[in-house]
Design a protein around this ligand. Structure first.
Ligand SMILES: *[C@@H]1O[C@H](CO)[C@@H](O)[C@H](O)[C@H]1NC(C)=O
Ligand SMILES: *[C@@H]1O[C@H](CO)[C@@H](O)[C@H](O)[C@H]1NC(C)=O
Length: 463
């Protein structure tokens, strides 16, 4: 069984992550990797409870596609790559996936195609975010290489160019990782953007990766850049995960030299020296005190690795295949192992357990519909003396090529915390005010005790 992950999105609370894989191939016999019609597939749904996957039929090539959710919970996959021996041309592909809990849902490939093919060779994967609040509310922030603009969606024109970001090249194949930092009602959702890693030399296959970050305050009328280090480890192709606490951002995977791309036909690797040690960025600390190096893994995760926050507050890590096709020999063979990374915050304090949401006690069988500004009531249990109780809402995003499309975290105002029995509490939690702060999509709500997340987030839908 060969499996090379290109992208993943978390959709069904706690239980599943869905992945669009570049390719399956059958080595020996693994019945799970073959569809009932006898064909191999390159999409799968991964069950977090059983650690098993379910193959999904997918005919068009999703290589270098994009993904996002509609406000009704349906997932959209758009564009892709060239025809291959097992897939048809995906350049103009459109696909839908409606997540389900009973293992019956399938990908629907829409017969209508995009108006033009979408796949670019360089400066690929620009980082794009809807700017939440302040003077640029509802505009896009678009960043590629070192350049960035604020873009008026309604008028379809750029309105402000930022100065070049300090440091090296940040876009594919000199791939960096980036995120809109968590948004907080206490500062009126002031947006800040962080980009880390990459490579300063195009085709510098043995050149050290970028060991810097750049951060900008998009709430400013004239945003400028603050340069930072990257936790002491140069890194290209990092995976970026916003942790549930709303101030720590995890960077992991990737290599310490080179750039993204396949190993050449002659066997030359484009990136080397795996960056085994994850680094944690605390956005609230002063410059110079933000980074912590964490426990390293032993698994190299180079080109085509992914990582995503899952609903117990841990991080699901998978993939890596620097080869054009699945390959079990040579440097950086196709990686089949999945890891569950347990960030330090999970062991810090007693963990709340959410038992009811708006009096509903059946949680996570399907997303609970909520609306902007709504105050919901949440009941949770917590042993011992409670610390500071906070709440966050998270869209874990669509992960591919160090991109975390739509990944977003917003702090939720929490009031009226009251004891309602032994070790049981109720609280009122307020949804964000509008779609610019939190675009319509499925999300996960966490309650945290002194920054330690609840055992399972609640799956909701804001549409
Ligand atoms: C969600 O919205 C999309 C876009 O309008 C639509 O194609 C899809 O069928 C909708 N899904 C459901 C479950 O209604
Ligand atoms: C939950 O139940 C309480 C007690 O019956 C009731 O006062 C409250 O309105 C209910 N809340 C919701 C959101 O249904």
């Amino acid at each position: 069984m060969g499996h090379k992950l290109l992208s993943c999105f978390t959709f069904a609370l706690l239980f599943t992550v869905a992945c669009v894989d570049a390719q399956w191939s059958v080595i020996g016999s693994n019945p799970d990797a073959i569809l009932p019609d006898g064909t191999t597939t390159w999409a799968s749904e991964y069950n977090l409870a059983t650690n098993k996957f379910r193959s999904l039929k997918l005919s068009t090539n999703t290589f270098c596609s994009a993904g996002a959710f509609f406000g009704n919970g349906t997932f959209l996959s758009a564009a892709g790559g060239e025809p291959t021996n097992i897939a048809s041309n995906g350049y103009r592909g459109i696909r839908y996936f409606q997540p389900c809990q009973d293992s019956t849902c399938q990908i629907f490939e829409v017969p209508t195609l995009l108006s033009s093919p979408r796949c670019l060779p360089y400066n690929l994967y620009p980082f794009i975010h809807v700017i939440p609040n302040g003077i640029w509310q509802g505009y896009y922030f678009i960043f590629a290489n070192k350049a960035s603009v604020i873009y008026d969606i309604a008028k379809n024109v750029p309105v402000k160019a930022l100065p070049d970001a300090p440091g090296g090249i940040r876009s594919y194949p000199c791939t960096a990782g980036a995120t809109l930092l968590p948004l907080d009602y206490t500062n009126n959702y002031n947006p800040e953007f962080l980009v880390c890693g990459g490579q300063s030399v195009f085709n510098g296959f043995t050149n050290p990766a970028e060991n810097t970050c750049a951060r900008t305050d998009l709430g400013s009328p004239n945003p400028t850049w603050e340069a930072d280090d990257f936790g002491g480890i140069p890194r290209v192709m990092p995976d970026v995960v916003q942790l549930a606490d709303g101030y720590n951002v995890l960077f992991l995977n990737g290599g310490q030299v080179g750039q993204a791309g396949y190993i050449t036909a002659g066997g030359n690797v484009l990136s080397d020296k795996p960056a085994f040690t994850p680094v944690l960025y605390n956005m609230n600390k002063p410059l110079g005190q933000r980074w912590t190096q964490l426990t390293p893994t032993t698994i190299a995760r180079m080109y085509h690795s992914v990582a995503t926050l899952i609903t117990d507050g841990s991080v699901w890590v998978a993939g890596s295949n620097a080869n054009q096709n699945p390959k079990l020999t040579g440097p950086y063979p196709t990686e089949y192992r999945v890891e569950n990374y347990i960030p330090p915050y999970l062991s810090g304090n007693a963990r709340p357990q959410i038992t009811a949401f708006n009096n509903q006690t059946t949680l996570n069988a399907s997303p609970i519909q909520v609306t902007y500004n709504e105050g919901v009531s949440i009941t949770y249990t917590l042993t011992g003396t409670p610390g500071t109780i906070t709440a966050t809402i998270v869209q874990p995003g669509f992960h591919t090529h160090s991109q975390a499309m739509s990944m977003r975290l917003v702090h939720l105002q929490i009031t009226d915390i009251a004891s309602s029995g032994q070790n049981t509490y109720t609280a009122k939690v307020y949804m964000p005010p509008n779609k610019f702060i939190l675009p319509p999509s499925p999300h996960y709500i966490f309650i945290l005790n002194n920054g330690t997340p609840c055992t399972k987030a609640v799956w909701v839908l804001i549409g």
